[in-house]
Design a protein around this ligand. Structure first.
Ligand code: ZN
Length: 344
């Protein structure tokens, strides 16, 4: 079975996260289902909700037919710092008990690929509200194992402005990174923490690109040309990702896959393939990877959950991706970009 690395899951932030070892009755990702799907590693997100935000959010159609999620209010530093430390602690406890291995350095990625041991987990902060603008907490988080960070989720903080969920819409909504946001990107590059652009608006994306911090990586996004959601990447953004040696973890969220934006699980697997094919044709297969958003979104029923990953690989093969290309999409591209960021 092909070893697979997945670029984004929210399993740690769900109410039933405690069942991740034994297997959860619902949701998309736990350790038994990762094994069943050949998923040997993944980026595990630490995400803190805005005040009053429900676990399941639904878009609201506007009068003009455009669908927009209610905007998420900002999250204060103190509650974010407390919550994020607790959620990250869940992953560290899994590591201490031998259920996962936290990937902290390049060599960990190779050691964990095929040795039959516990899966690899990369600790990711989705929205940096837990980090103070002086970046003192970043040093603490790095020591705790943080190796991937999105400066913003889809809301504003003192580092920048997340892209709101609007369909259809350009991602060019709102201003770019703040001075603190630029300092955060630079410091992450120095320390060896991948900076994720998936929830950044377009101005923030170009500000980050201008800093040349490393290969530009969207851990869980799609192609705007296929689904014109604000959360997806325009052709110009894809080109920049290709030019820097970066990648797109193709998201499995139905609302960002489907041209009609429907948040409907009755969505064919082939739509994920269509996004992968579009990105591969435009900038090269070496810039395509997987970034599911398991436990953070509605995903296609034909995939079901992380155990269904081999069906997606079959669908990619049917579309014409050869064995070497599949290995690149499944693992090697993630290996390359994580290694590039982590080795500075
Ligand atoms: Zn996300």
């Amino acid at each position: 079975m092909l070893s697979v690395f997945d670029g984004h899951n929210d399993a740690l932030t769900r109410d039933d996260h405690a069942q991740i070892v034994e297997g959860r009755s619902g949701g998309h990702l736990d350790l038994p289902r990762m094994r069943a799907g050949g998923v040997r590693g993944g980026i595990f997100s630490v995400f803190s909700k805005s005040p009053g935000m429900p676990e399941e959010r639904k878009p609201v159609p506007r009068d003009d037919g455009v669908k927009e999620f209610p905007s998420a209010p900002p999250l204060d530093h103190a509650p974010a710092a407390a919550d994020a430390a607790a959620v990250a602690g869940r992953l560290l406890a899994l590591e201490r008990a031998g259920h996962v291995r936290l990937a902290r350095r390049e060599a960990d990625l190779d050691a964990g690929k095929e040795d039959g041991g516990p899966p690899l987990a990369v600790l990711h902060l989705e929205g940096a509200e837990a980090i103070d603008p002086a970046l003192e907490a970043l040093e603490f988080w790095y020591e705790a194992g943080l190796r991937s960070l999105g400066p913003v989720w889809s809301r504003s903080n003192w580092f920048g402005h997340g892209v709101p969920f609007i369909s259809p819409s350009s991602p060019n909504v709102g201003p770019g990174l703040t001075d603190a946001g630029r300092a955060l990107v630079r410091r992450c590059a120095e320390l060896g923490i991948l900076v994720d652009v998936s929830h950044l608006n377009e101005a923030g994306f170009w500000d980050l690109a201008g800093l040349e911090p490393g290969p530009i990586v969207a851990t869980h996004s799609g192609a705007h040309a296929v689904c014109a959601s604000s959360r997806n990447l325009t052709d110009a953004q894809l080109d920049a990702i290709g030019e820097t040696g970066g990648l797109v973890g193709i998201v499995f969220a139905c609302a960002f896959l489907r041209p009609d934006f429907a948040d409907d699980a009755d969505t064919p697997l082939e739509l994920i393939v269509q996004h992968a094919r579009y990105v591969a044709d435009r900038i090269g297969v070496e810039h395509v990877a997987l970034g599911s958003d398991y436990d953070g979104a509605t995903i296609p029923t034909p995939l079901g959950d992380v155990a269904g990953t081999p069906r997606l690989l079959d669908a990619l093969a049917e579309d014409g991706f050869g064995p070497d290309e599949l290995a690149a999409i499944a693992w090697n591209n993630w290996r390359r970009v994580l290694g590039a960021w982590w080795s500075g």
